[in-house]
Design a protein around this ligand. Structure first.
Ligand SMILES: *Cc1c(COP(=O)(O)O)cnc(C)c1O
Ligand code: SF4
Length: 378
């Protein structure tokens, strides 16, 4: 199946059957200081720094995701997303916080964020298959804000049931697909049974970091809770592999649309070329690019943050060059819980009673008469 990586001494040897078994992948995740020390060939003096680092921000990587790393490149985009970096504890920018989106103060019950009137986000677990170094909820890795106990989940269901404005429940975490499938099934079923809940959504990185977990059984279970949408999280075209393609295809085949949220990450995908390859690659596997997020001002991720204008520049380059189905909305999630603000290049240069002036994606000026249409006063 996948190519063996250079870190063969770390990944336990396995038969192809074991490698394609998610249980094997999950229980053989690479974690702990001694594995890291071997992987990075740490000197004794570096070891202390990495010990502090992973005690603050834990790490675990599936053998599958680790195998995608090109170890000859210290800035390999897969490596940078999953291998701890001392800058997580040594580098910070003004204004970064553990919880800049003020999620904690928007929780009416533990683990349930209610920011928009019609939808809630349920953090059902703080476990992930692979811990993304750029995660905007890395505060919860050590201090979970809700347990994935039947009790905690029950309180979320009660809250949603008592608030008739809520029409959509976003199941997030952590990664909900690391949960006990029986418990997840029950949770989805309870939410679905609430008359005013019209749609369910799952946010998961499993198709990217543990694609073998998307089994037929799991898909059958999820399909019983349609209308259900899956939002996954590809950040780089090299994550589009035969395995991740198959995982998305399985979801699509049972009638679950798969969309994607990408985080703009410095040195990983902050160029129009990489983004073009990523978005077009996703379109090819029928995964719709939904959001491109500016990296939030989260403590421990500042070294990943680009200039906000970088994202607009990239969108500007891509618009017109690739089809609209490949183009996500570029958004910044505003501090203090202000919600998401879309940012886009503007093509409307001026508009008045007689005329609107546009520029085309190629930079030409085009005039449009009577922009007020039939609403123009006589
Ligand atoms: C992003 C987010 C949502 C979902 O927003 P959409 O624009 O519908 O994708 C809902 N609740 C919270 C707290 C969020 O952060
Ligand atoms: S899978 Fe999602 S919640 Fe988990 S570490 Fe990655 S970004 Fe964070």
């Amino acid at each position: 199946m996948y190519q063996p990586c250079l870190a063969t001494e770390i990944i336990p040897s396995a038969t192809p059957d074991e490698e394609s078994d998610w249980r094997w992948q999950f229980s053989n995740r690479i974690k702990g200081l001694s594995a890291l020390s071997k992987l990075l060939r740490l000197t004794p003096s570096e070891t202390g720094l990495y010990r502090d680092l992973i005690s603050e921000y834990r790490y675990a990587v599936t053998p599958y995701y680790l195998s995608l790393i090109d170890w000859s490149d210290p800035n390999d985009p897969i490596r940078r997303q999953c291998i701890p970096d001392p800058r997580e504890i040594t580098f910070s920018l003004p204004g970064s916080e553990k919880d800049p989106l003020a999620e904690q103060i928007h929780m009416p019950v533990p683990g349930l964020i209610h920011r928009y009137p019609d939808r809630v986000l349920a953090m059902v677990t703080n476990t992930c298959a692979t811990y993304c170094r750029h995660c905007n909820r890395k505060r919860t890795w050590k201090n979970p804000e809700a347990g994935n106990t039947r009790d905690a989940l029950g309180h979320m269901v009660d809250y949603v049931a008592s608030n008739s404005h809520i029409r959509e429940v976003i199941v997030s975490g952590g990664d909900p697909l690391t949960m006990n499938p029986g418990l997840l099934d029950e949770f989805l079923g309870s939410m679905e049974a609430i008359p005013h809940v019209e749609v369910l959504r799952i946010g998961t990185r499993i198709p990217v970091v543990l694609p073998m977990r998307i089994t037929d059984d799991l898909c059958q279970m999820l399909a019983r809770h349609r209308p259900l949408w899956v939002n996954t999280h590809f950040n780089h075209p090299r994550e589009i592999t035969p395995e991740s393609t198959k995982a998305c295809e399985r979801l699509l085949k049972v009638g679950i649309p798969v969309s994607n949220q990408t985080v703009l990450l410095k040195g990983i995908n902050d160029s129009p070329e990489v983004m073009r390859a990523l978005f077009c690659g996703l379109e090819k596997i029928m995964v719709r690019p939904y959001y491109l997020f500016h990296c939030d001002a989260v403590k421990g991720t500042d070294h990943f943050r680009t200039d906000i204008r970088k994202g607009i520049e990239i969108m500007e380059r891509l618009w017109g060059e690739i089809g609209g189905l490949c183009i996500p909305n570029f958004v910044v999630d505003l501090p203090t819980g202000g919600g998401k603000a879309p940012m886009m290049p503007s093509y409307l240069l001026n508009i008045d009673r007689d005329e609107a002036v546009f520029r085309t994606y190629e930079g030409k000026i085009v005039r449009y008469s009577c922009p007020g249409g039939a609403d123009t006063p006589p």
